[in-house]
Design a protein around this ligand. Structure first.
Ligand code: SAM
Length: 377
């Protein structure tokens, strides 16, 4: 049912998005893991009341992650919170920067190999579910080729960012006539679980997880993600996963700290989001973006470094946090993979590696895995 806070209906049939209008007034205070409404008077929500539970749930999760991350010895915030409307738009700009090679490389892989990839899908009826779909620039190339190859599929992009999905739907619905994107706003594996449970007889699922998003967490979380992914799928389902390959750290640092400062703005936008949604009072001039290569982790790490001793209030948490001069907050991990590790990850988590495609420069790879029978939880 529409409410005044629904996104405006545009040409693409983007349905049932939660509102992007989120204010601190709507947040719930978390104390000892109890939800307490900040205001008892819901009248201010007006016709937004229909959406408010969903909005509050998201804000509650954000507040909880900030509380937990800022209470850790090495402060951190999970990277999913980088993607509010402005964050998603800045990420799209990052993918076009000369230093940020992964998008161009994956575009090259799809332009060259999408029709060969299609062979793994011929002869069945597929639900293609794209996790953390973003703006869909690469997906358009892939799906158009699969259409030409007469693969039978429907397409469900999933993302926590409504604005990214809105952008994607416009692109796919005009760029791939005949493919109707049916977007789902939400957390990757929760949505995938629902879609897998609701599949019709004989339908197979092909998961797309591109852009090396799989590397945006610690190694143990990669394993946890893959085993949960496998548990959600049935034997014969497929996963097409993009992996950024390990390379010269000098190039990596440039990719995550570009000369135009777009990645810096993307990272600092997290503080702006906390100010707006959680009633924090971060001074953005008092934090600096840094990107570093950690060889022990085989990953890039993005940080926001405090430039002075400072206290920051977060009204949603009813508390303040101390940041010492030069103290870092980790905001993103981007793991880098070797081909051997990629195959091991497949086999250790109930998948058979079917094929792997690399760009000409050997910077990036997309692997196709099949869910196997031999998997016990
Ligand atoms: C690094 S971007 C990649 C976007 C796109 N797949 C690409 O290859 O360019 C990560 C995307 O995943 C989304 N995202 C992050 N964490 C998520 C989660 N837990 N569930 C669903 N989407 C998530 C973000 O909003 C963002 O659009």
């Amino acid at each position: 049912m529409p409410s005044s806070l629904d996104l405006p209906r545009k040409s693409a049939p983007v349905r049932d998005f939660p509102s992007q209008v989120r204010t601190f007034d709507h947040v719930w205070k978390i104390e000892e893991d109890q939800l307490t409404p900040m205001r008892t008077d819901d009248a201010s929500l007006g016709s937004a009341a229909l959406n408010v539970n969903k909005i509050d749930r998201e804000l509650f999760d954000f507040a909880r992650d900030v509380r937990d991350g800022f209470s850790a010895p090495l402060k951190f915030i999970p990277s999913r919170w980088l993607y509010d409307e402005r964050g998603s738009s800045l990420f799209s700009q990052i993918t076009r920067l000369p230093e940020y090679y992964p998008t161009e490389r994956e575009l090259e892989i799809f332009s060259t190999h999408a029709s060969s990839m299609a062979k793994a899908l011929l002869g069945s009826n597929w639900k293609v579910v794209e996790l953390g779909a973003g703006d869909g620039r690469k997906t358009e190339i892939l799906l158009r080729s699969w259409q030409r190859s007469e693969v039978q599929f429907s397409y469900v992009p999933v993302d926590v960012s409504p604005s990214a999905l809105e952008e994607l739907c416009k692109r796919i619905n005009t760029g791939c006539p005949g493919v109707r994107a049916r977007p789902r706003v939400g957390e990757n594996l929760s949505v995938l679980r629902e879609l897998s449970d609701a599949r019709i007889r004989g339908e197979k699922i092909c998961v797309l997880f591109m852009g090396s998003s799989i590397g945006n967490c610690a190694w143990e979380d990669v394993e946890n993600f893959l085993s949960e992914l496998r548990a959600t799928l049935l034997p014969g389902d497929l996963a097409l996963i993009g992996f950024d390959l390990i390379k010269d750290s000098k190039r990596l640092i440039q990719a995550y700290d570009d000369s135009q400062g777009v990645t810096r703005d993307f990272n600092l936008n997290l503080l702006r989001r906390m100010n707006r949604e959680l009633g924090a009072n971060f001074d953005l001039d008092q934090f600096r973006h840094e990107a570093s290569w950690n060889p022990g982790l085989s990953g890039m790490e993005s940080w926001l470094v405090s430039l002075r001793d400072q206290m920051v209030d977060i009204r949603a948490l009813n508390t303040s946090f101390k940041f010492r001069r030069w103290e870092p907050i980790r905001t993103e991990i981007s793991l880098k993979f070797s081909p051997e590790v990629i195959d091991d990850l497949a086999c250790a988590n109930g998948f058979a590696p079917l094929a792997r495609y690399e760009d000409r420069a050997g910077d990036f790879t997309d692997a196709i895995w099949e869910a196997t029978d031999a998997f016990w939880m």
